[in-house]
Design a protein around this ligand. Structure first.
Ligand SMILES: [Zn+2]
Length: 498
């Protein structure tokens, strides 16, 4: 895989000689750090940390860096502010770690020692793992289409040090697991970032096959002819206008006996969304390559689960299509017959995600025996209006699944906010010449209309959740993919392991 940014390798402090002469010290600034904690780290750096604390150099903000120099083993000492001790969360630790990582990258420092004792005594389950994950995520830069930068830092080695050496030795595997997870998230981000002339439905399927070979997953790709045979009128209509025809990608990971729960994930991968004949305005159109983030998230989850060898069963389905304009493209007013047999009048060709997902959800129930069915999609602009970039919209037919996902969202900071799927909303998609329509003609409840549409294709007996990630899948400026959903589902699966 091409190099994209900087990777971080974490080694045990019990091994000598890997830490360089930079010492990184994460420390909560409020209240003032306890004397004992300070004197422990001070012993390694000639009181440098207390000196920074005493002159008030730690600052107020999470991730603020304060520096000083010494002539001992460590020449440069950097304290990273974790903020207020009482408010410390996994998210805050990752944020502080990201600041430290970016500093190391800018300064081109290849190795450093991380003193971890200041990360503890807070209400965070695995603070060192969170730190390691935060650094790894911050190392990602999408540079593979740029001229290689000879000075770029490819790898940083971090020696994990503590006064409690036994702790480090027992925790190193967990720390490496956190790095593995973060690398799977970075992989999802990399796929999401690829432009439409690199990733189309055909090359996305090839990427899925490559991933399957690498991690011993089963991979099946239903091509255009097979979609036609299965009568997938939604996926076919949306994708047929493009040169590269649509496909349905199926990845399977079996890490548990057959009787265990079988989680089926469905990802929306519109490799580029022009809007079709309901064409989008030109401004910001380049960010429509990110309309495949749901599919990228599913790939990232499959990679994470397989690398971590989780003892669970999981199927990842990706509905892949390019929503293009051509003489073959579908048109507003078309009445489509979906795989389930329902007919849909196309009101907007830009409400295409639900059409491809509907057929994929039908296939999931017919072919994959889901005990839980979860879809990820950058489905509506409306969910961004409602929740911004802070949370994804969650819609579900099952309170238990919804609560479990909500809890994982809270734990991973990939937060979900549930929106209702009440019967009254069905009026918004009631068809005139067809069973249903793909969007309402009023601007009411857009994210919910998307959810209500999908609900038409899911049996009440299958616990299902629809996660509209149109907000948090990318950053504030729609320039960077976040890999939202990977950490969430890995946590959800881990918490349900036997
Ligand atoms: Zn669209």
């Amino acid at each position: 895989m091409p190099n994209n940014g900087t990777t971080f390798e974490f080694v045990s402090g019990a091994r000598a000689g890997a830490g360089g002469h930079v010492l990184i010290v994460p420390l909560a600034s409020k209240p003032k750090p306890p004397m004992q904690l300070l004197s422990q780290v001070d012993a390694h750096c000639d009181d440098a940390v207390s000196e920074l604390v005493d002159v008030g150099a730690l600052g107020q903000d999470v991730g603020h860096l304060s520096h000083t120099t010494r002539s001992g083993v460590y020449r440069r000492i950097v304290v990273v502010n974790l903020g207020e001790s009482k408010k410390l969360s996994a998210h805050q630790i990752r944020k502080a770690a990201a600041c430290a990582a970016k500093w190391l990258i800018n300064e081109k420092i290849k190795q450093a020692t991380l003193w971890i004792d200041g990360l503890f005594s807070h209400d965070v389950e695995r603070p060192v793992s969170e730190w390691a994950g935060g650094m790894t995520l911050a190392g990602f830069r999408f540079t593979e289409h740029k001229e290689p930068d000879k000075d770029e830092l490819v790898k940083v080695r971090i020696k994990v040090a503590s006064d409690d050496k036994a702790y480090i030795i027992t925790k190193m595997p967990k720390i490496r697991e956190a790095v593995t997870l973060a690398e799977a998230i970075n992989y999802a981000r990399r796929i999401a970032h690829q432009p439409a002339n690199v990733i189309n439905p055909t090359t996305l399927a090839a990427e899925a096959r490559r991933l399957a070979r690498l991690h011993k997953l089963k991979c099946t790709v239903l091509d255009y002819a097979q979609l036609k045979r299965l009568g997938m009128g939604g996926l076919i209509a949306v994708g047929r206008g493009a040169e590269h025809k649509p496909c349905l990608i199926r990845l399977e990971y079996k890490g548990a006996p057959r009787v265990r729960p079988n989680t089926v994930l469905v990802g929306k991968a519109i490799t580029f969304d022009t809007g079709g004949y309901s064409i989008k305005p030109g401004a910001g159109l380049e960010s429509m390559k990110f309309d495949k983030c749901g599919g990228a998230t599913v790939l990232g989850i499959m990679k994470a689960v397989a690398t971590l060898k989780l003892r669970c069963n999981i199927v990842g389905l990706i509905a892949a299509a390019e929503n293009a304009i051509s003489h073959e493209a579908y048109k507003p007013g078309d009445i489509l017959k979906m795989a389930s047999g329902k007919t849909v009048e196309v009101i907007s060709t830009d409400a295409e995600g639900r059409l491809i997902l509907a057929d994929a959800l039908w296939y999931a129930q017919k072919q994959c025996k889901p005990t839980a069915l979860i879809d990820f999609a950058t489905l509506t602009g409306g969910v961004v209006i409602a929740l911004g970039k802070v949370a994804a919209g969650l819609m579900s037919n099952d309170d238990t699944l919804s609560a479990e996902l909500g809890e994982s969202g809270r734990r991973t900071y990939e937060r979900l906010w549930r929106l209702p799927l009440w019967d009254e909303y069905r009026d918004l998609i009631k068809g005139q010449d067809s069973d249903i329509r793909n969007t309402g003609n009023k601007r009411f409840a857009h994210p919910i209309v998307g959810g209500m549409f999908l609900k038409e294709f899911v049996s009440d007996n299958v616990p299902w959740a629809h996660i509209d990630i149109a907000g948090p899948a990318t950053d504030e400026n729609d320039k960077e993919a976040t890999g939202f959903g990977v950490r969430l589902i890995v946590d959800y699966l881990q918490r349900r392991l036997p």
